[in-house]
Design a binder for this molecule. Structure first.
Ligand SMILES: Nc1ncnc2c1ncn2[C@@H]1O[C@H](COP(=O)(O)OP(=O)(O)O)[C@@H](O)[C@H]1O
Ligand SMILES: [Mg+2]
Length: 144
């Protein structure tokens, strides 16, 4: 049996009132799909950090979730300023977050680093003044 579950969530740039909503929704979906706790936790972190980056830096974006028997795929695409130096942005602790963002408790500079750590496969591409694209794959192991 090969079942595939798909969900696409829109994320609005600048709207911190909704911060965490996409991650909560995806957590619920994964619970309903009986995904193991450790896989669920890694996916939730990756989605949360991706969501926060859209809210913090982009105009708008989408988080596309695909769950099949083997893996969880999270495709994150935004329209925004893009990232000029990806290698630098990936460094733990590097952040361009504004004072406003830091005051809300975000902007520790660990987001992209944590996304990569939670991923079994991770790809990032970005075009300045166009947007950023993350491809995150988390293996389900033998948890079917
Ligand atoms: N979607 C994005 N669009 C534009 N810039 C981004 C995006 N995601 C991350 N960045 C840039 O990469 C930096 C590091 O991101 P991250 O590791 O998530 O840390 P933080 O969000 O705490 O700053 C950000 O400060 C920002 O400059
Ligand atoms: Mg971040």
């Amino acid at each position: 049996m090969n079942t595939t579950y798909k969900k696409s969530l829109a994320v609005e740039g600048g709207n911190f009132d909704n911060a965490g909503m996409a991650s909560i929704e995806i957590k619920k979906i994964l619970k309903d799909l009986n995904i193991h706790d450790d896989i669920l936790r890694k996916t939730a972190i990756a989605v949360y950090e991706s969501e926060l980056n859209i809210i913090s830096y982009a105009r708008n974006g989408r988080i596309n979730l695909i769950v099949d028997d083997n893996e969880i795929s999270i495709d994150v695409q935004d329209e925004g300023p893009g990232i000029e130096d990806i290698e630098l942005a990936m460094q733990p602790g590097y952040s361009t977050a504004t004072e406003h963002i830091r005051q809300m408790g975000f902007g520790a500079g660990m987001g992209l680093y944590n996304i990569k750590s939670c991923s079994d496969r991770f790809e990032i591409s970005s075009t300045v003044n166009v947007g950023t694209h993350l491809k995150i794959i988390i293996n389900r192991g033998n948890n079917l």
